[in-house]
Design a protein around this ligand. Sequence first.
Ligand code: CAA
Length: 257
Amino acid sequence: MSALVRLEVEAGIGTIRIDRPPMNALNAEIQHAFVEVCREAAERADIAAVVVYGGEKVFAAGADVKEMATMSYTDMVEHSSLLQDFTRALARIPKPTVAAVTGYALGGGCEVALACDWRVCADDARLGQPEILLGIIPGAGGTQRLARLVGPAKAKDIVFSGRFVDAQEALAIGLVDRVVPAADVYSAARELVARYVGGPRFAVRAAKEAIDRGLEVDLETGLEIERQLFAGLFATKDQETGMRSFVEQGPGKATFE
Ligand code: CAA
């Protein structure tokens, strides 16, 4: 594991901590390590939910521009897969995930936040996709996930201009889900996902997969994905526990393993 990305576990919540001062620029070492850490967070039974956090000052100011500046087309043919792989690894964690955004979430940093289920940000945070100002476009999923989240017109405004979006605008357009004082970002993000610790994890996993995979395909295919996952839950303890508890004790009383 790289010292630049750590997985810390407390009370059922795994925190993926990006730690590369001053701006948490996401170099290749971080991107590789991120894939490993996401795999570990996905597999560990003692992790029910995940927070991605860059510390009190900054979430991440993007991929490492200094590392990329001298890359050729042939270098980038290979590296561009890693750029997408590391945000995909995060998006595919089959557990609730939230980005705790302080300071800047720009370029690849914003794309990391976009790969989470939710985003909590500081009232003085700035988000954006400034790649256009470097003569490139977002390459870690930004053109796709941003457009799906805020719609194509807003995504084009943000990506074509490269401008920074402040917290209030980000909240208004659905780019973030909660805005809190800067000092409270991490605790607010933990609070958002804490309710999933000790919950019906197979059902949550199926719900996430149905929604995310469904958004990637046409309606009929999405409905088929839902149908299969729905039926599959009838082979799990979650369904047995949830329904037996309802029948015997009434709604909302189930204790899941
Ligand atoms: N890559 C490499 N180094 C970076 C960086 C990045 N993305 N962002 C900041 N830094 C470095 C700066 O070069 C500077 O280094 P030195 O001290 O050695 O000069 C240090 O971090 C501090 O940055 P600033 O002095 O610029 O601090 P600031 O407070 O004036 O500005 C900022 C902060 C607004 C984040 C500004 O640094 C900035 O605009 N950064 C670049 C943002 C960007 O373009 N991100 C997109 C990257 S491309 C990408 O991410 C592609 C993709 O889709 C995956």
